[in-house]
Design a protein around this ligand. Sequence first.
Ligand SMILES: C[S@@+](CC[C@H](N)C(=O)[O-])C[C@H]1O[C@@H](n2cnc3c(N)ncnc32)[C@H](O)[C@@H]1O
Length: 438
Amino acid sequence: MSARTLAIQVLARVRATDAYLNVVLDTALSEAPPRDARDTALATELAYGTTRRQLALDYAITRFADRKLDAMEDRVLAALRIGAYQLFYTRVPARAAVAETVQALKDLGVGRAAGFVNAILRKLAALPGAPLPPEDDVAEHLSVRESHPKWLVERWLRQFGRERAEAMLVADNQTPPVVVRTNTAKVTREALLAQFREVGLEVQPTPVSPVGIVLPSLGRLEDVYGYSEGLWQVQDEAAQLVGVYAAIPENARTLDVCAAPGGKACHQAETHEVVAMDLHANKLPKIVSEAKRLGLLSRLRAVAHDATKPYDEALGEFQAVLVDAPCSGLGTLRRHPELRYRRGEADLGRLATLQRRILENCQEVVPPGGLLIYAVCTLEPQEGQDQVDMFLRSHPEWTAEPPVLSGVKLPMNQAWLRTLPGPEGWDGFFAARLRKLY
Ligand SMILES: C[S@@+](CC[C@H](N)C(=O)[O-])C[C@H]1O[C@@H](n2cnc3c(N)ncnc32)[C@H](O)[C@@H]1O
């Protein structure tokens, strides 16, 4: 199967099923792996790039299409977007971009739309670049130029000012680096860096996380040095910082109540006994297989549980609870580009209510003197800082207690850990470390 055929199928399936792009793409690549690694790379670039630029592409396509995009068949719209993406955002020669995209549509048995797609792509190819709305409406202009919904652009402009908001929008359209966390239960970061370099990989230590390593872009991660031996786990630097900021004391039994797919639970299990829970039982095998690969299974147990419901006392006492709450994910848009088109402002309120219920329920589990770490991968105050402020106002027995760490300078906003997408190159996270006083 050609890269374009595969990318069209993936985007059509994502649109039809509302599934995650990374999941659909990984499944498609493993079910029908292209013979040439370059096709895998091109299909990946087309699927991610087209999704990242979708709003700008639709703005251009709408100019020439005689029917509404919503009414188009999934594969036809996917082909139009993929074709337009190549024309505006890649170095693929225009003639090849048009001809090969139309051919891919024919190969998929949708030849009847070939003339329509060909005509629009040829008109787009004649433009000097992707069309944009005028700059006098800043939010509208940035919304199309950086392909984020206008409500989100307006929110970020209000919250962060133009310079930072623009940097965040631009960062969301970059391909993120592959970052891994050293499994310190097996190896130090220095030793792992040296081992990577010995096998010829150009790796760099992450600037802030003391356990992170940036890998060069590679093929299948399973084939990379140290994967089978469990020497590292894929985890963005900002997500690693949540574990560092948590600074859970040695020997504290830890409960991770929203644990799947298990990044933070495994991080803690390097040094603590962890019970890793998730609402969805079907997500537990992934946590367990990662813990097994990393050699951490003796310290980690996975259990299905709804974090809004009381906990079984038979689980024993926990001195620390990690609440990596379900959230809008708006800090991870470069990794999950489709989320920006699915989320609406109303979701923030709905998610904030769920997060509040989870927090209320989980604080009960913590004994006096214990810790609760609340984290979300979003920049929205409603889900982060406001949530925690409200919690502390209604719970005088809890207080904020940022960690005292030597040798690590965490990105903090008052007592809270906060990372923003931008030139620093990390995902957006908010985390609060709270201590129960009595
Ligand atoms: C942000 S993700 C957690 C990421 C994970 N901590 C990690 O580092 O890999 C949030 C998780 O919460 C789970 N979840 C959603 N609602 C839940 C609930 N009511 N109770 C427990 N888990 C829930 C989701 O299935 C999802 O896996």
